[in-house]
Design a protein around this ligand. Structure first.
Ligand code: UD1
Length: 428
């Protein structure tokens, strides 16, 4: 029951440090539970999805502590193969528990997952992969139930580029007998990060980052220590916020190559982008040109950065078109930006944007994680005050968002909707 209250129109200036990757963390924290040992992860972001996942894994028997970005996962005991229904429904990455339970306990009962409403988001590829590895899979009462004597290595062609399928099958195949080859595997940095960590646990994975990944099953896995890569989607969000407000921001502690497609489009829209080894500085005069882009699997333009970029383009000089090729209905943010005066319509697979000179503050909702980022960026640039409700969606993916933005000069505070109590005051 909280909302963000933002008084817009202030150019962001300064340096912001990027947290560890949310999506990488979700995969790697789960991966740690594949091994009957203790793992220590650094650079874990304290966002809601991470907290929810920790609760899910604790319900399976793991013991987890998170303090200041360091997570200790004691996975020596996995006491049940049944994942908790209500928690798993909250996020799609909960389905990674299927991979570890099948690999480690040879049976899994995992709810069909929920998550952002951005399309039908089935798990049919995951299920086909588990079946190819020898599991008997059925859907009953909202759960996937799968059993196997022991998973057996196979060759599996992932029907279309899927991050979740690639990671889930890497997890399961790491405990299979023999070799598994994943063809048409996803190449996202989060897939590579997960493979690197699995190898530290004792797995034998080659080819992560290419379309063909080979996983040689391992009998013995053990705990390991690892630092999660920076969150490329959080980094992209701050770069876009800087551009939208006509600011000058150094986004530090990130890997620029992970968002090359975004940086190219930012430059095309008129921003000045300086790439360093572990940071990117963006300077923008406040006027942007319209651009055309298609989202695509990595290394293409990330689908998660489509809604926040749409917020920038809503204030561009000219028309833009964003064609969404990964998810079928990632357009929930469109109505929210329209409340702020944007001229956007969703037509088929595209968002058609006619730039307007400025947005105006309005009461809006964070419809999903990146839809929340879109209204946040709109609010930071808009004239007047914006109130963002349904904040839990934004909090799923962003750590300390109001603290980071306050430090860059934004006028932003979090209030309790019932009492109006200010929970976080601006830093400066
Ligand atoms: C992950 C990311 C998400 C990102 C997406 C694409 C996490 C927690 N989430 O989601 O932020 O937007 O990758 O980069 O890491 N599909 C099927 N059947 C399946 C699996 C996928 O049809 O069994 C479809 C999906 O509906 C979608 C496409 O394949 O249209 C790609 O989805 P996928 O890459 O699997 O996304 P997620 O792993 O869910």
């Amino acid at each position: 029951m909280e909302k963000l209250v933002i008084s817009g129109g202030k150019a962001l200036r300064g340096t912001v440090r990027i947290s560890g990757g949310k999506n990488s963390s979700l995969a790697i924290i789960t991966a740690a539970c594949l091994a009957p040992g203790v793992s220590v992860l650094e650079n874990v972001p304290m966002c809601r999805d991470v907290v929810t996942l920790a609760a899910i894994l604790e319900a399976l028997g793991a013991r987890i502590e998170l303090q200041g970005g360091r997570m200790t996962i004691d996975a020596r005991q996995m006491t049940t193969h049944v994942a908790p229904y209500e928690l798993c429904r909250q996020m799609r990455a909960s389905f990674y528990t299927a991979g570890i339970l099948l690999g480690r306990l040879h049976r899994a009962q995992v709810p069909l997952p929920g998550g952002c409403v951005i399309g039908s988001r089935p798990v049919d590829f995951h299920l086909r992969g588990f079946t190819a590895l020898g599991a008997l899979v059925e859907i009953e009462h909202g759960y996937m139930k799968a059993t196997v004597d022991r998973l057996a290595g196979t060759t599996f062609f992932v029907p279309r580029s899927s991050v979740g399928t690639t990671i889930n099958l890497m997890l399961a195949a790491s405990r299979a007998s023999g070799a598994t080859v994943l063809e048409n595997a996803a190449r996202e940095p989060e897939v590579v990060d997960t493979a690197v960590f699995l190898n530290l646990l004792g797995a034998h994975i080659k080819g992560a980052g290419t379309n063909a990944i080979t996983i040689e099953g391992a009998d013995e896995l053990h705990g390991a220590s690892y630092a999660i890569i920076p969150d490329r989607l959080e980094a992209g969000t701050y770069l876009l916020a800087a551009a939208a407000t006509g600011g000058d921001v150094l986004v530090a502690q990130m890997i620029p190559e992970h968002i090359s497609a975004l940086l190219a489009k930012l430059e095309e829209s008129g921003a000045t982008v300086d790439r360093g080894t572990d940071g990117v500085r963006v300077r923008a005069g406040g006027i942007h040109r319209g651009v055309q882009l298609d989202t695509a699997p990595y290394p293409g333009f990330a689908t998660d950065l489509h809604p926040p970029f749409a917020a920038v383009l809503a204030m561009a000089d000219g028309a833009s078109r964003i064609r969404e090729t990964v998810f079928e209905s990632r357009f929930g943010y469109v109505d929210e930006l329209r409340r702020m005066g944007a001229d956007i319509r969703a037509e088929g697979d595209s968002a058609l944007i006619s730039g307007v000179p400025y947005l105006t503050g309005a009461p809006v909702e964070a419809v999903d994680i990146r839809g929340g980022a879109a209204v946040l960026i709109g609010a930071l640039a808009a004239r007047g005050v914006t109130e963002i409700a349904t904040l839990a969606n934004l909090d799923r993916g962003y750590e300390q968002v109001e603290q980071k933005l306050s430090a860059l000069g934004a006028d932003i505070r979090r209030v309790d909707v019932r009492g109006g109590e200010i929970l976080t005051a601006p830093v400066a």
